[in-house]
Write a protein that binds this ligand. Sequence first.
Ligand SMILES: Cc1cc2nc3c(=O)[nH]c(=O)nc-3n(C[C@H](O)[C@H](O)[C@H](O)COP(=O)(O)OP(=O)(O)OC[C@H]3O[C@@H](n4cnc5c(N)ncnc54)[C@H](O)[C@@H]3O)c2cc1C
Length: 399
Amino acid sequence: MPWVNAEALELRAMAKDFAQGEIRPYLEGWDAERRLPDEIFGKLAEMGFLGMSVPEDHGGLGLDLTTQLLVLEALAWGDAAVALSVAIHGGPVVRALLDHGSEAQQAMWLPKLASGEALGAFALSETDAGSDATALELEARRGPEGWTLSGRKRWVTNGDRAGLLLLFARTGEGSDGISAFLVPRDTPGIEGMGRERTLGLSASETAALDFDDVHLDDEALLGPEGQGWEIARGSLVVGRMSVAAQALGIAQAAYEHAIRYSREREQFGRALSDFGATREKLARMAQRIEESRALLLMTAGRWKVAAEEGTVLGRAGEDPLHLPASLEAAAAMAKVSASESAMWIADEAVQIFGGYGYMRDYPVEKLMRDAKGAEIYEGTNEVLRWLVARDLLHETEGS
Ligand SMILES: Cc1cc2nc3c(=O)[nH]c(=O)nc-3n(C[C@H](O)[C@H](O)[C@H](O)COP(=O)(O)OP(=O)(O)OC[C@H]3O[C@@H](n4cnc5c(N)ncnc54)[C@H](O)[C@@H]3O)c2cc1C
């Protein structure tokens, strides 16, 4: 496979073995109990998977993005809730620290994130600020000795378990009035408002968090004041690719279950896989996985070049391939493509399983429930298409 190096394939194989041995045997129980056990995070840390994106000099594995995405896909093939947790921690949270953290902030947080001592969470959405995240209201007031936060965040993945919140708060007017903060989760005044009850990803921790006059030191500000929205956008480029990888893992799992079951199950004296209708479904499933994976890997390749050039947001000077979309839009397309593939494939897998597919005792209904989430978080697919169209038309934000 010329576009993926040997190290990446080795790590992917390790992650697949890990998912097979340490995740798949337990996922039904985790889904039913609506929680991931502490032990799985210890095991993920031992394997280095919580430090994939952290450079080696800060205690991580320092893997390139393509390798991280292959590992994430393998973890999601095990369980999408585990992969989502890792994707947010190692994706936008670590990325924002690497791109905007001071030396002191990086030295303080990256080793803890790499070792799993602190899990990262991304706290942007609020009750009335979802797709229009720039409408967020949680307020950060500057005082003589730091900052005070008041307000509420909604739908924070890893929200209760996290050690570090990458939090976006209002420090002024409009999108230039948003700033990013590194907030230790155990800061007095932060209260978990309980886990949301979700359709899928039941074991994932989606929590609301209340901030009641939470005091932060000056050093908690990440990047310059007022740059929070740019920081969020930049880190979401990687975040959306991570969600795409997670969705691909779901798609791959659903496809494999469908292949196996269609060979085993007989009706009218023949295996389901003998029927033209089933064969067409299987062929389309495989095609969609290949298409989405190819787009994701190509976008990861583009990201590497853009990260080196400092052009992750905006357009690079010369694009030899004359690709229509900027990298930010391509990452959005990769997320839309993979999440829609996952949803469609999981739906078709349930159909191939027939009545059994609809039963909790069989694996595919969970995959369908899990896949739906990826069409919503890190930007709904409608809003991401809007972002893509704006990019293609060279319009600026807000138009
Ligand atoms: C499982 C889960 C985990 C999550 N984890 C996190 C997290 O870790 N951190 C975080 O900050 N957030 C998280 N979220 C929140 C998520 O990012 C938001 O739910 C999402 O951005 C959509 O916002 P909303 O729910 O307010 O929907 P709304 O913005 O109210 O949208 C409702 C519908 O209207 C459509 N719509 C809205 N605006 C437009 C438009 N301009 N054009 C066309 N259609 C539009 C949307 O596509 C959607 O279909 C999570 C959500 C879920 C479900």
